[in-house]
Design a protein around this ligand. Structure first.
Ligand SMILES: CC(C)(COP(=O)(O)OP(=O)(O)OC[C@H]1O[C@@H](n2cnc3c(N)ncnc32)[C@H](O)[C@@H]1OP(=O)(O)O)[C@@H](O)C(=O)NCCC(=O)NCCS
Length: 200
């Protein structure tokens, strides 16, 4: 698959950051990214505390797409990250390649300034240049609908195990009409699980 690098992006959100740059992560930023994820998720009641491990396992896996693993720098300081990686949606043993968005993190002091939205919008724009039909996300529709995500279950895309999928599984069509050809059960790659078999 052709891997493309999104252009360095200058954001219109200048009220808080004089300069917001969103670009693919650099390997030497891994320790800082780990801390950003930890701090962003720490106050969240649903957090497993392991989201940083998920990102690190995805990075070591064949589903890692370097051009879609983004960081946000506010005046040169790394304050956010987003990960888009590969998974499959399996339909009666026929696999469809797809993308999954997440985790996304912004340091608490920098939240609600549009940084999360910039990371996601730029990631989606880059993903649309890839030959893949859809992207899924496990998250709140109230947030993700602004990017074009819609509930996945009415489109016959399901979680592989007991989960409140009607509320939290969302899907985005990356190519016009692509959802017509894709349905089935999400097959998370091994990088998404801890050693006990629970989702990270
Ligand atoms: C979710 C997150 C990445 C958003 O980043 P951000 O920079 O604060 O987001 P933005 O400033 O671009 O957008 C803020 C908007 O998102 C909304 N929002 C943020 N998190 C939300 C959530 N979980 N559900 C619904 N809305 C949410 C805010 O209410 C705000 O809405 P408004 O613009 O209508 O007021 C950030 O809040 C974060 O790191 N949270 C902790 C980790 C997490 O929950 N990640 C998402 C799951 S992977």
């Amino acid at each position: 698959m052709a891997k493309q690098t999104p252009k360095k992006h200058q954001s219109p959100f200048r009220m808080s950051c004089r300069e917001l740059v969103v670009r693919p992560e650099d390997k030497k930023e891994v320790p800082v990214i780990r801390e950003v994820i930890r701090e962003a998720f720490a106050p969240m009641p649903f957090s497993t505390g392991q989201e940083w491990q998920l990102v690190e396992k995805i990075r070591q896996s064949s589903g890692y797409l370097p051009s879609l693993a983004l960081v946000a720098l506010c005046d040169g300081v790394l304050v956010g990250q987003s990960m888009i990686s590969l998974l499959e949606i399996e339909d009666k043993k026929k696999p469809h390649n797809a993308l999954v968005l997440g985790p996304v993190s912004v340091l608490p002091d920098f939240q609600r300034r549009g940084i999360g939205q910039e990371l996601i919008r730029i990631g989606i724009a880059a993903a649309k240049r890839m030959p893949l039909p859809v992207m899924v996300v496990v998250g709140d529709l109230a947030y993700y609908s602004r990017f074009g995500f819609e509930p996945a279950v009415p489109r016959s895309i399901h979680m592989p195990f007991g989960f409140d999928e009607e509320d939290y599984l969302q899907v985005l069509e990356l190519k016009k009409g692509a959802l017509k050809g894709v349905q089935g059960v999400i097959k998370f790659p091994p990088s998404f699980f801890d050693e006990k078999g629970d989702l990270l």
